[in-house]
Design a protein around this ligand. Structure first.
Ligand code: ADP
Ligand code: ADP
Length: 227
């Protein structure tokens, strides 16, 4: 479970990006962080991946308080999550297979295990035949799928995606979302920042609306108390 308690983030510039955010995301849930540009979506994802640290409150993931994780331990912590950005940060002088292998190489996984897991990840995103290709020869949608394969090659329990369909047309966007849903179906917790309302509506998952760094009123159907 992901738990945020009274989380605030003020950047060194003085910009307050998040204010008193309280949020609970269950294991195995798939949810969307929504809101206009500047609402704080990226910042929230960065706090979960310890790319940034909160200036107030606390964050727990699977019972572990992130403030107890030293900067030195962050790379180990991050192995449990897959992170996907809009611009997929692929290395263009390496093959698709080498790009996907990167997290495993860094983690010191053995050569044979790397080939096996890279192929399994490429298979899941439908790019097994592109293992030896250079990213530049692939379409935008395919490049984004390489980014997803790289994010899941470690079999993370949590997938974080920041505007993963920002550059894609509606059809490709839906295709990428179906991929996330497939990972979610096998138990991966998925949190996606997106301002694509149409896509979020189609996916019919929990939407977590941020506005000006605060959690806004959620969808009426979800804010009705249970008792
Ligand atoms: P979103 O992802 O919803 O567009 P962000 O989390 O990127 O929102 O930004 C939230 C606010 O924090 C914005 O006002 C943005 O300008 C500011 N911000 C984001 N990153 C930084 C940074 N590194 N330094 C200073 N301000 C930042
Ligand atoms: P192995 O378990 O032998 O490494 P696979 O890599 O093919 O074999 O994965 C086994 C199963 O684990 C598949 O059904 C796959 O969908 C599922 N799985 C669970 N979590 C993840 C994840 N984060 N990324 C990819 N697959 C996952």
């Amino acid at each position: 479970m992901i738990l945020l308690q009274h989380v605030g983030k003020r950047y060194p510039t003085g910009q307050e990006a998040l204010t008193d955010v309280n949020l609970e995301i269950d294991d195995g849930e798939m949810a969307f962080l929504t809101g206009h540009s500047g609402a704080g979506k990226s910042t929230l994802l960065k706090l979960l991946a310890i790319i940034e640290r909160p200036t107030r409150g606390q964050i727990l993931i699977a019972g572990q308080n992130l403030s107890a994780i030293s900067n030195r331990r962050v790379p180990y912590f991050r192995r449990r999550m897959g992170i996907i950005f809009q611009d997929h940060h692929l290395l263009h002088d390496r093959t698709v297979g080498d790009n996907v292998a990167l997290p495993l190489v860094i983690a010191g996984v053995g050569h044979q295990e790397i080939s096996r897991r890279v192929r399994a990840a490429l298979d899941k995103v439908g790019l097994l035949d592109k293992e030896r290709a250079l990213p530049i020869t692939l379409s935008t949608g395919e490049q984004q799928r390489v980014g997803i394969a790289r994010a899941v090659v470690n079999k993370p329990a949590i997938l974080l995606a920041d505007e993963p369909t920002g550059n894609l047309d509606p059809e490709l966007s839906l295709e990428i979302m179906m991929l996330f849903e497939a990972f979610n179906r096998v138990g991966v917790t998925v949190l996606i920042a997106s301002h694509d309302h149409e896509l979020i509506r189609i996916m019919d998952k929990r939407a977590i609306p941020l506005a000006g760094g605060r959690l806004a009123e959620s969808h009426p159907a979800q804010s009705v108390p249970l008792q």
